[in-house]
Design a binder for this molecule. Structure first.
Ligand code: FMN
Length: 199
């Protein structure tokens, strides 16, 4: 049902100005995983891997398999993706907070210029896959959309993998890292959906 103007006023929907601080605070209530988007540039010295921490990642379509990421235009990975037209999404394991900080350019003992000292392997499509990922997707860019100060990269999944050694992902909430508690989980009571079978 569409809300009346009075109802909309109640949720501040009609306010023309969104306070940036409050906007961040509200977005911070949405818990996400943490990914490092990696790509590679060819240099005279060989293939140079590069990565940036991103939580604006979502699945879009199953058939065909499409995902999207939102990358700030000022980010160092932006021209790298534009050139390569491909990237990998590395979903970080919970013990990878240090890598997340380093790939976000935060003060870190790890050397960002040396790919944060991260162990990785190049996939068949030439993308750096981090050993510290619980899972990864290899993607080729299908469309780009200018969106404010960010670019939305809509990309087709051309490869994927699950880690045998890292079962649990790192979480991000209100500007802090979190871990999944190893408590018994409540049963899922949502409407059954054949796209998400048990397990
Ligand atoms: C947990 C976390 C999530 C982030 N998510 C995004 C994102 O979705 N998109 C983005 O453009 N930057 C994101 N950032 C910021 C960039 O990782 C960081 O500012 C960037 O790496 C610094 O710019 P540089 O790569 O040019 O050094 C995130 C940072 C953190 C710590």
């Amino acid at each position: 049902m569409v809300g009346s103007p009075a109802m909309l006023r109640g949720v501040s929907a009609s306010q023309p100005d969104v306070d940036p601080r409050r906007y961040r605070d509200v977005l911070g209530r949405f818990v996400t995983g943490v990914t490092v988007i990696t790509s590679a540039v060819e240099t005279p010295q060989g293939i140079q891997p590069w990565g940036t921490t991103v939580n604006a990642f979502t699945s879009v379509s199953l058939e065909p398999p499409l995902v999207l990421i939102c990358v700030g235009r000022a980010r160092s990975i932006h021209p790298v993706i534009d050139r390569a037209q491909r990237f990998a999404v590395n979903i970080l394991a919970e013990e990878s907070q240090g890598l997340s900080d380093c790939f976000a350019g935060a003060p870190s003992p790890l050397p960002r210029s040396a790919f944060c000292g991260a162990s990785y392997a190049l996939s068949a499509s030439g993308l750096p896959i981090l050993d510290a990922a619980v899972a990864h997707l290899e993607c080729t860019v299908e469309k780009t959309l200018d969106a404010g100060d960010h670019t939305i990269y809509l990309a087709r999944v051309i490869g994927l993998g699950l880690s045998e050694v890292h079962p649990l992902p790192l979480l991000y909430y209100r500007g802090r890292y979190l871990r999944i508690e190893r408590a018994a989980t409540a049963e899922l009571l949502g409407k059954p959906d054949s796209r998400y079978p048990e397990g």
